[in-house]
Design a protein around this ligand. Structure first.
Ligand SMILES: Nc1ncnc2c1ncn2[C@@H]1O[C@H](COP(=O)(O)OP(=O)(O)OP(=O)(O)O)[C@@H](O)[C@H]1O
Length: 260
């Protein structure tokens, strides 16, 4: 890789009591790429992206965004820096509408009634922007943008979460198992959306157990094992079964694997 990475982590360690979820883990994400992170259950993939996106604080290690050291105290701070994350549990508020969810934490406001210093939510503006965004992203199978998220299907909810990340991510989009709960058609749409986000020049981190999905869209694959990066491989140079063998420890990584 000749370009400088957008996002790097060095020596990330996170312990939960006796469990070491991240163990001196390194990570690199390059401009415009789709980097898949694969690993066995409990390997520490979610903890890695939570540490990067401010949802958990690493005990040790350094994270750099665009070459500058960052230390996000919360996912909100990471978002403000341009890192959008779709977490496994989606982090949507079920009782709120689609539009409210898309703008959660960055609501559009307008001046209050004359003489009032309070700024009010500008719902029509949020609804229009949310509708435009979902339409642009091809996810507008939803009839009513003011519909509560709890009334949507699993796939539609995923669509809202992915659209929110795709719409607001300005530097990095991270997706933790975005197709896990979806049917074939909905998964396909999410994969297309991931490729659309890439076309817009944004790098994406994709955590997935679905090997065909990973091999379909990833430019590089970070193989995570026992809390750390075991190696990085090129999906064009390795078979799915070899990637799984590396992930599970049945096979040792090739000598030049980190350079992939
Ligand atoms: N909040 C927590 N408290 C205690 N242990 C945790 C916590 N979060 C994660 N762990 C532990 O850290 C290890 C790594 O978990 P993590 O969820 O990061 O793995 P993962 O690779 O994402 O797994 P999966 O593919 O099953 O989602 C596991 O042993 C898990 O039990």
């Amino acid at each position: 890789m000749t370009q400088e990475p957008v996002l790097t982590a060095r020596g990330l360690t996170k312990r939960y009591g006796r469990v070491t979820a991240l163990n001196n883990c390194d990570f690199d994400l390059y401009p415009g790429e789709i980097l898949a992170v694969i690993g066995d259950n409990g390997a520490g993939k979610s903890t890695l992206i939570k540490a990067i996106s401010g949802a958990v604080h690493a005990d040790e290690g350094v994270i750099e965004l665009d070459g500058k050291q960052v230390q996000f105290k919360s996912p909100i701070e990471a978002r403000e820096a341009g890192i959008e994350t779709v977490y496994q549990n989606l982090a949507l508020s079920p009782a709120l509408s689609i539009a409210d969810n898309m703008f959660l934490g960055r609501e559009i406001r307008k001046p209050g009634p004359l003489g009032s210093w309070l700024r009010m939510l500008d719902r029509p503006a949020m609804e229009k922007r949310a509708r435009d965004k979902l339409t642009e992203l091809g996810l507008m199978t939803i009839q009513n943008i003011s519909q509560a998220v709890e009334t949507l299907s699993g796939g539609q909810r995923q669509g809202v979460a992915v659209a929110r990340a795709a719409a607001f991510g300005s530097k990095v989009v991270i997706m933790d198992e975005p197709t896990a709960a979806l049917g074939v058609k909905e998964s396909r749409r999410v994969l297309e959306l991931i490729l659309d986000v890439k076309k817009r020049g944004l790098p994406i981190v994709l955590i997935s157990h679905n090997m065909p999905h990973v091999f379909e869209v990833a430019d590089r694959i970070h193989i995570h094992r026992l809390g750390r990066r075991l190696c990085v491989v090129d999906p064009k140079q390795i078979s799915m079964s070899d990637a799984v063998a590396l992930m599970t420890g049945a096979k040792k990584p090739p000598e030049d694997a980190l350079a992939a």
